[in-house]
Design a protein around this ligand. Structure first.
Ligand SMILES: Nc1ncnc2c1ncn2[C@@H]1O[C@H](COP(=O)(O)OP(=O)(O)O)[C@@H](O)[C@H]1O
Ligand SMILES: [Mg+2]
Length: 249
């Protein structure tokens, strides 16, 4: 049940070019659709707010709150799209700076702790194997975004009372970081699709939790930009483990 995410190869043949062009067209269509939905609800909510403002201020307040939530979602979608566009425009580059992945993880973990506690989920850092050195050549912002997305998903798709573990170690010349949860899991047939842009196993659930469906595309790009990869193993009803491999500096 392991899925290897292979590095994207450059298009060469006319067939390949045609395929890439189709992906691009589909992407534009998808983006338009994804933007149109929140835009429509913003308009409806604004109208409802306008209508209730005088007669029913209590209801109006609820519409205002929804309007705010919907706007935040739209802003998140735009942020994710911009991140993704930036990540895709850089082919694998030689990053000048050395980043301490453990430090990045500690920052992300301390930020996520409050959300986890609210859901009564234990969020823990662990180590496997002997003491490892966690330095990579890379971009701290990208790495932060990658781990934030993975831990955010783990917390989001784990019911209250569950556990999320971030386990770090090293194998050969690579740093290995596992994000393991005791959550809802992913059906085997869907595993190959979750890294696609906008793909969600359960659309309604993802939307209810403010998801954009772009998180794992960002994760995959960050891993590949750093010369690494991300894999997933999951059992529905038991949990999922995402594993990031990064070459050590
Ligand atoms: N830890 C996880 N447990 C269960 N399902 C997950 C997990 N992480 C991701 N998924 C599934 O993969 C989909 C894509 O993830 P992502 O790209 O981050 O989008 P989203 O914005 O929906 O979180 C999610 O909608 C969810 O169905
Ligand atoms: Mg996500």
């Amino acid at each position: 049940m392991t899925l290897e995410q292979h590095k994207s190869t450059r298009p060469v043949s006319p067939d390949e070019l045609q395929r890439v062009n189709k992906i691009r067209r589909d992407f534009v269509a998808n983006v338009s659709h994804e933007l149109k939905t929140p835009a429509t609800s913003l308009k409806l909510l604004a109208e409802s707010l306008e209508e209730t403002l005088d007669e029913d201020p209590v209801q109006a307040r609820l519409f205002a709150a929804q309007l705010k939530k919907e706007t935040e979602r739209l802003a998140q979608l735009i942020t994710d799209l911009l991140d993704l566009a930036r990540l895709e425009s850089q082919e694998r580059i030689d990053y000048p700076s050395i980043v301490d992945v453990r430090g990045v993880l500690m920052t992300v973990l301390s930020r996520m702790r409050r959300v986890a506690r609210k859901k009564e989920i234990t969020l823990q850092w662990k180590r496997f194997g002997k003491a490892a050195q966690y330095t990579v050549r890379g971009d701290e912002t990208q790495l932060t975004s990658m781990f934030t997305n993975l831990i955010d998903n783990a917390v989001k798709y784990t019911p209250p009372g569950g556990r999320v573990e971030v386990i770090g170690g090293s194998e050969d010349s690579e740093i290995v970081i596992r994000i393991a949860d005791t959550g809802i899991g992913i059906p085997e047939g869907k595993l190959s699709r979750i890294f696609e842009r906008f793909y969600r196993v359960d659309r309604a659930r993802s939307k209810a939790t403010g998801g954009t469906g772009l998180g794992l595309s960002i994760v995959r790009h960050v891993a590949e930009n750093h010369g690494g990869r991300v894999t997933v193993e999951s059992t529905p009803g038991e949990g999922s483990t995402f594993t990031v491999h990064l070459p050590r500096a």
